[in-house]
Design a protein around this ligand. Structure first.
Ligand code: PGA
Length: 234
């Protein structure tokens, strides 16, 4: 019977996720634990550099991160879209403008993530490629704290859209319509190629893929019409 089957399932999973993924995956853990009471999940949250270091040292079973370096011998499966957006306080003069030229952001103060953050590296690459110098107003090592400083009027920021779903819905922040944005990135489930997944880790990975649509905010689901329209113009 079911109870006997569940009792057979034992083990633990060590999971390492990006700071941006923590807005999506942790809410799946409750239902996973209910369905697999014999499996223990431990979770570490870190930025891109931290996760790559942990992956290099083989410290966890599964990683959810952006794009691992091309020459690493890892299994890498697409998990979900991770679009990056420009956010501002609602009172910002650019808030009502459409198709803003990114060069107009040259004079704006920006709140930046810490070095080692994939979000920061990606936005830096975008503005560097256009020859737009960024004015760093403040460096903050947390998506949450950056949202508060932007809402408080200290500057603009580029953040994963997953991190600002609630603030955009409440009108505490607005998304600026800047040409080239959202910057389209993807999260992947990654693990060393030579490492056979334990039954517990394999069960968790299957669970993740089966339930990811519930975890991702409706506006950010791949099939959402609004999302597709934005993707095309980027
Ligand atoms: P990070 O995560 O900015 O915390 O590194 C996002 C990413 O790498 O996509």
């Amino acid at each position: 019977d079911m109870a006997a089957l569940q009792g057979v399932e034992k083990g633990s999973v060590r999971l390492a996720i990006l700071t941006t993924v923590k807005y999506v995956v942790p809410k799946l853990l409750g239902s996973f634990a209910a369905a697999h009471p014999g499996i223990e999940v431990a979770m570490v949250v870190g930025n891109r550099d931290t996760l790559l270091q942990r992956l290099g040292a083989n410290r966890d079973d599964l990683y959810i991160l952006g794009q691992p370096p091309q020459d690493w011998d890892v299994v890498c499966e697409p998990f979900a879209d991770n679009p990056l957006v420009v956010v501002a306080p609602p009172s910002h003069p650019l808030a009502r403008e459409r198709a803003i030229d990114p060069r107009r952001l040259a004079g704006e103060p920006f709140i930046l993530r810490e070095p080692g953050s994939g979000t920061r590296a990606t936005m830096q690459r975008f503005f560097d490629a256009l020859g737009v110098p960024l004015r760093a107003r403040l460096e903050v090592g947390s998506n949450e704290a950056i949202k508060q400083t932007v809402a408080g009027g200290l500057g603009l920021a580029v953040l994963s859209a997953h991190t600002v779903v609630a603030e955009l819905a409440l009108g505490e922040l607005v998304q600026l319509d800047v040409q080239g944005f959202p910057l389209l990135r993807q999260w992947h489930v990654v693990y060393p190629r030579g490492k056979r997944l334990s039954p517990a880790a394999a069960a968790f990975k299957d669970w993740l893929y089966a339930h990811r649509d519930q975890a991702v905010a409706p506006a950010l689901r791949r099939s959402a019409p609004a999302r597709r329209a934005r993707g095309r113009s980027a």
